[in-house]
Write a protein that binds this ligand. Sequence first.
Ligand code: ZN
Length: 244
Amino acid sequence: MAEKIRVTVWNEFRHEKSHEEVKKVYPDGIHAAIASHLDKQGDVTTRLAALDDPEHGLTEKVLKQTDVLIWWGHMAHHEVKDEIVDRVQERVLGGMGLIVLHSGHFSKIFQRLMGTTCNLWWREAHEKARYWVVAPDHPVAAGLGPYFELEHEEMYGEFFDIPAPDELVLIAWFAGGEVFRAGCCYHRGHGKVFYFQPGHETYPNYRDENVLRVITNAVHWAAPGKGAVAREFGHRPEALEKLG
Ligand code: ZN
């Protein structure tokens, strides 16, 4: 059997401790819900990390052993230490995949990698969301129909202040009328980055089969390719060909 993809599921893990209604939906945390699904795939191995772990659970060693990092944060983005953000960015540029979920749009690491504010419109109104697949042949869309729906999700609406995605896989429509680029692929250095909109903490949408399918597909898409070239740069005084 081929080597397993090593996924670290990072969660701020605060709402689940401080908000009863979130604790009811995700008693072990959002990260545990996502990891338990990925663990069933057979070709993925997971570990959990959280903001309050030493070094936010993202030590040099952990990151070195991570092929794909999944990121969920919301109320404590500012508590993520800049040195850890530097470390994660470095790993992404070196080839580690990064999947940023829902309110992670405002995380330091996503803003850093995008270079924009990543701001958007939002509303919590228990509204229905419909996610249209706009790149049906993309690996992240594998196994999805033309669209899928979530009965309740937080509305995120355009304009979403991100750079134009390298590949746009999903567009969301919300019952209130807004639309949103909900599944966005980027390449940064040698790494792949995927932003995925669903996942407000009061809804059980990380148990929805289509949401989990997209996350699982994104893990496979974002995993680094084999035989990646080492990143080396600098002065090259010796030319390959004879000059002048
Ligand atoms: Zn939310």
